[in-house]
Design a protein around this ligand. Structure first.
Ligand code: NAI
Ligand code: MG
Length: 365
């Protein structure tokens, strides 16, 4: 049996609650589908930083490189500056492993109320460029403490970076409805965004079934609130994709629901799977975090590892639990993280009993 080695970094805050919840679901699914998943935990994050002055060991990336995938909760703590937590762990992983696509599906789920006035179902995917753009270390601070104190932050956009995100998004759009929306801001940001627009348009032209619309990100934000069901694949720069994905997830009910995959599409390096939310210090330790974003990220990981049926089984299980009305507080319920996870575990078994051919000892793909 082919063993998948998975590096697990629960990280900080609610990451330490939702990661174990998702792992228990993945272990159950693995058992039923005869998959061999080997989880190796890493205690990296803000507590590690407080003890060692860094978020992960010096050879952290080399350790992760030995794995087939990385399963992350979230990093961030009120005790450590956010720039340290992000640039000390997540951004180096995304860059070193060339995880240049951040895939963020957003869907309305039965049983989850949305703030939308309409009943339309939302089913869209945000393709966020994940390696460059506005998130760059180029820049600096001058004249600290003086009246002329200033800060400069440079955005970096490259032809390679934009075109590979564009190809991924266009090919994804071609496999769905064909509608590709690009988030731009070429009216205000006059160098990088017209460059982005040009390369996205050039690339989209290579996909005859894809219809491209470039929309200013401010208007697109309004569009996402007013009629998100008319959008399908959105391609966006690092910053715009980050903001639009929290917005889109909130529109479907909660940012606690949304998963993501940080992909190295060539498979030369491990990809990383994590919910889009952060460590939520405001609710950490209370046992009330919604584990859906983490569990769904686990389903994306299974699919990435070649186990589409197992992924569907897990997805069907948490969707059925939501449909039956088990909900955490963020989506209007009273269930704890553990209550919800236990319900998913029972549902995994119930679905396996209902469709034994699709689960128990199903042949591996
Ligand atoms: P956040 O996503 O942690 O929380 C925003 C709001 O959503 C909070 O009210 C929180 O309680 C709620 N929320 C988030 N996830 C939830 C869940 N699963 N269930 C129920 N409610 C949930 O964003 P915030 O507050 O901006 O950041 C907190 C920390 O997380 C910061 O240190 C930040 O840098 C870090 N962060 C880390 C990320 C990562 O590791 N990928 C991503 C985003 C933020
Ligand atoms: Mg974010």
């Amino acid at each position: 049996m082919n063993t998948h080695r998975i590096a697990v970094i629960p990280g900080d805050g609610i990451g330490k609650e939702v990661v174990p919840a998702a792992i228990s679901c993945l272990e159950r699914i693995a058992e039923l589908h005869s998959l061999s998943l080997e989880f190796t935990p890493f205690d990296w994050g803000s507590d590690y930083y407080v003890r060692h002055g860094r978020m992960m060991p010096e050879d952290g990336l080399a350790q992760l490189a030995l794995h087939d995938a990385i399963f992350l909760g979230a990093v961030g703590s009120p005790e450590v500056p956010d720039a340290e937590t992000l640039w000390g762990l997540l951004i180096p992983i995304r860059r070193e492993f060339q995880q240049y696509i951040n895939l963020r599906p957003v869907k309305t789920l039965d049983g989850v109320a949305t703030p939308l006035a309409s009943e339309h179902a939302v089913d869209l995917v945000i393709v966020r460029e994940n390696n460059e753009g506005e998130y760059s270390e180029i820049g600096g601070r001058m004249y600290r403490g003086l009246p002329q104190e200033s800060a400069v932050q440079e955005a970096v956009f490259t032809r390679l970076g934009i075109s590979r995100a564009a190809h991924y998004a266009a090919s994804l759009a071609a496999s769905r409805s064909g509608l590709l929306t690009s988030a731009t801001k070429s009216n205000g940001i006059v160098h990088t965004m017209p460059f982005w627009d040009e390369i996205i348009a050039e690339t989209a032209c290579l996909y005859p079934d894809v219809e491209l619309a470039a929309v200013h990100v401010d208007a697109l934000a309004a569009h996402l609130v007013l009629k998100p069901w008319t959008l399908d694949v959105i391609v966006a720069s690092n910053l715009f994709g980050d903001i639009l994905s929290d917005l889109a997830a909130a529109v479907t009910g909660s940012i606690g629901l949304a998963p993501s995959a940080n992909l190295n599409p060539e498979g030369l390096h491990p990809s990383l799977f994590e919910p889009i939310h952060g460590s939520a210090p405001d609710i950490a330790g209370k046992g009330v975090a919604n584990p859906v974003g983490q569990i769904w990220s686990g389903a994306m990981m299974l699919e990435h590892l070649g186990h589409a049926e197992a992924a569907r089984h897990l997805q069907s299980a948490f969707e059925a639990v939501l449909r039956e009305g088990v909900r955490t507080r963020d989506i209007g319920g009273t269930a704890s993280t553990t209550d919800f996870t236990d319900a998913v575990l029972s549902m995994i078994d119930a679905l396996a009993a209902r469709h034994p051919a699709e689960s128990a000892n199903a042949p591996q793909r």
